[in-house]
Design a protein around this ligand. Sequence first.
Ligand SMILES: C[S@@+](CC[C@H](N)C(=O)[O-])C[C@H]1O[C@@H](n2cnc3c(N)ncnc32)[C@H](O)[C@@H]1O
Length: 256
Amino acid sequence: MFSPQGPTLRELTAQALSSVERGYDLLAPKFDHTPFRTPGRILDATAEALCGLGPSEGRFGAGLDVCCGTGAGIGVLRSLCRERVVGVDFSAGMLAEAQEAEYGRTSGPAVAYGHSGTPTVTYIRADARTLPFTTAFDLAVTFGALGHFLPAERAAVFAGVHRALRPGGIFAFPIAAPPPPRSALYWTLLGFDAVMRVRNALWRPPFVMYYRTSSLGAVRADLRAAGFGVEVVPVQGAARRPDGSPAWGLVVARKP
Ligand SMILES: C[S@@+](CC[C@H](N)C(=O)[O-])C[C@H]1O[C@@H](n2cnc3c(N)ncnc32)[C@H](O)[C@@H]1O
């Protein structure tokens, strides 16, 4: 499906009938050939919007990618951070792919020890609902993962990110504008979530992935409850909906 290198329908079905963690372990080798990897244009626009917001001549010290998968957001952090970049995910398969790509990119030990001007990059296996960091980062990002958390779980994720950030630190992520009810996208997302709800009512373990539970209003309220000040930054070059409005914006949540 998606492309000749992507997963087959059979593989995708087996993945969707697994837990989230196991499903991504299975999908990992082909994940970068699916539309589930955050596209480069969104990553680039995010990096551009965050450029200049860091505490040291506009750059950040340490950066954290929550639910990093195969490392889509790591490049964003690499371009914005001076000291170190950490990717966290609970799928060992996804982390292995990320690590392999990282090793290939730097061809060797520079990953472990860093070199002048570039941050070190490390990957840690952890659950985003129990992040193991305290005042360690200036910037945290997450891409394409909020739908994996039930609304009741977001508080733990956001509290963990808040704890992981230094004072003044930023937690940023793209958020899609809600599609208008007359659009095909609206009905596609509604249909996807409905199928997921039926699947999770009938099958164990559950695979939590809902597109329509992370509205800006709900996410903003949860971020504020976790202690963040929140703004939504319009992004240069964001794709446009047919009515001309931006298809997505960047949530920038700051720890006071
Ligand atoms: C759609 S992928 C996105 C990966 C990457 N951020 C990107 O944009 O390409 C979602 C990722 O979230 C991870 N994930 C889901 N729930 C998680 C949790 N509770 N803790 C850690 N990682 C989680 C999955 O393992 C998967 O790698």
